[in-house]
Design a protein around this ligand. Sequence first.
Ligand code: PRT
Length: 301
Amino acid sequence: MSNTDSTRLRIAIQKSGRLSDESQALLKGCGLKINLADRRLLSHVANMPIDLMLVRSSDIPGLVMDGICDLGIVGDNTLEEHELERVLKGESADYDKILSLKFGGCRLSIALPEEMEYTGVKSLDGLRLATTYPRLLNRFAEENGIKFEMCQLNGSVEVAPRVGLADGICDLVSTGATLEANGLKEVAEIYRSKAALIKRTDGLSDEKQTILNTLLPRIQGVLKARESKYIMLHAPKDKLNEVVALMPGTETPTVLPLAERDDRVAVHVVSTETFFWETMEQLTDLGCNSILVMPIEKMMG
Ligand code: PRT
């Protein structure tokens, strides 16, 4: 299937798996009407000239690098593994990373059986490791002057030591529960990953560029809104400076009078950082009350 339609922007997203729900939610948050009920390979967005290609995560870097898709949402780990593999084969591996998307966070780590001694990176020298990411693991080995024997697996990597396939593993970790359940300990983190929005490098038609120019600020708006909060509170007028100084990442606050109160004001601010309970407690200590912290759905400008 070649990307011959120069008028509809084609975005590759994971069909099902850890990134698929968040990828869809992000695009829906940008106003795209998506109906993926029938799970076709190519799904038309009803209200914008955009098509979604629903594929395996591991196919996304190649689809974008080869210009079959204009954009893709994929984990840095998958992207960089694919890039290293192409470079090794002498193939082109061009893409632009437009945005880091702040979901799908994980680390690629080496893990060994609990009982195995580990005294530093050098103690990994000569081990046989099972992994889905041989290129990233190889790069780590070269950077650290050590050698591994590799056993490439595309799933159930964590059982490899137990069944005698390998001494240890190099796999993605998020909570660490899978390692623990399989009697493994994380000994070296070799890579950190998040989902990324990538774009082909060979140029977009004017029509597609126009669609991207609309979509990109919306994506940035959704991401910004997700980590921002709208905060409202009542504060003593004479403590206003101290109150505002406590708010993390805020712009100039809106200060409003309160009916029948000369000594107190209402303060409204947008905070772009995590708003901790400790901050609310400090605000209370300053005499603030009616403190409300609310999520924001969309932001622009
Ligand atoms: O779509 P395709 O089948 O090609 O890709 P895939 O098999 O990599 O799909 P999927 O859905 O498993 O992962 C998609 C992407 O999600 C990965 O490429 C990462 O960028 C990201 N991601 C984030 C993770 C994890 N967290 C994660 N924890 N991918 C996999 N895991 C697995 C890990 O392999 C291990 O089995 O979860 C287990 C460990 O999780 P914890 O929480 O027990 O530590």
